[in-house]
Each structure stands twice: as structure tokens, then as C-alpha cells.
Design a protein around this ligand. Sequence first.
Ligand code: CA
Length: 224
Amino acid sequence: MNILVVEDEVQLADSLAEILKRNKYNVDAVFDGEDGLDYARTGIYDCIILDIMLPVRDGIEIVRILRSEHNSTPIMLLTAKSEVEDKIHGLDCGADDYLSKPFSTGELLARIRTLTRRKGEVEVDYLHFEDLRLNRQSYCLTHGENSIKLSLKEYQIMEILISNSEHIIPKERFIEKIWGYESDVEYNNIEVYISFLRKKLTAIESDIRIRTARGIGYFLEKKP
Ligand code: CA
């Protein structure tokens, strides 16, 4: 498993690399934002440990650029105490996790294990629920021979429904996950997309329907 460390405090970068190598990771360490971005863009890493305050380009900018280029490598930000605002901004821009300095070796390794495991899950091509299959690359929803393409928002809603098929999912959850915490999106936006999805489920003749839990949210159910 390959890990990229981007950290301008050379001593910290070296000791991180040392710890990771001892735990059987392959590690590259670079010391400024420009190298960090170049290395990260190769796409060979399973995880990137990224300091926020860096020479040339800061960590937040690197996250933003990588995500805009559809690079989905898990990123853990390293933050000093004074950088709380940056940390929040970093997560908003698409970083997966953060660790405040100073941190323990045990915590670092545990977080990396979680991040790299999550990446494995994201690589699964399909999500399944009963007779439904959702392609995570093409956004096609399939039932038997019938297939229909979902828009991005429809896909995101269906992904949440299938991934949490045991539960009623509150409308706020959809809004937080798809539009973000601070969005002004109204509940009726969700309702509109749900109605599109229901039409598409009918179009592919699926036995699955999206049920409304009145006043709460939605869940998937097989038609009786
Ligand atoms: Ca720094």
C-alpha cells in the first residue's frame, strides 16, 4: 500500500515516513505543495497525508485541485491547533479526515487503516438492493434487462437509499450529504428528485419502490 506524506517540517515528515515504513507501507515524502500536487496527481497512492500550511501551495488548495480533477485518493489533513477554520474548509473541499498535531502513532495508523478501507469500498462497481443494481461509474440503474441512466443528484439519492436500505433516511440526511450543511436547499428539492426516481423505477419495471415515512424521510421497499 502506497502512502504520500506532504509535510514541510522535515523532521516530522521523516518520522512519519519511518513509522509508516515500519508498518509495511511504501512511503514517499515531499516537503512542499508543488511536489505534493505533482506526486498526488500520479494516482498511485492509496492515501495522502497532507499538511495544511505548506510552501508554494497549501494543503487546502491541493485537495481542491485533486478533487476537481476527479482524483478520489483518500486524504488526511494534518492541522495545527490554530488552523481549525482551515480544517473545516479542507473537509468541505473534499478531504476525508484530519488529525491535529501532535498526534499519537496509534491514532495515525488507525485512521489510515480506516481511510484505505473506505477506498476499497468505493471501488465496488455496483450497489445492489433486491432486484436493483446501481452502477457507480455509469450511474445506470438496472432491473433485469431494463436499464436507465440517473442524473448525478438522482444517483446520489439512490446511492444513499441503497447503502442504508435497513433504515428510514431523514430528508436532512440527503441534504447534508448531497448539498452540504450550509446549503439553502429546501425539502421540496428532495421531493422532486424522489419523484423522478420513482418514475425511473417504474420505467425499468422494478419491484422496488421508494416509500415515504411521513414527516421523516424515505426508504426502499419491495412491493408486496
Ligand atoms: Ca507546515
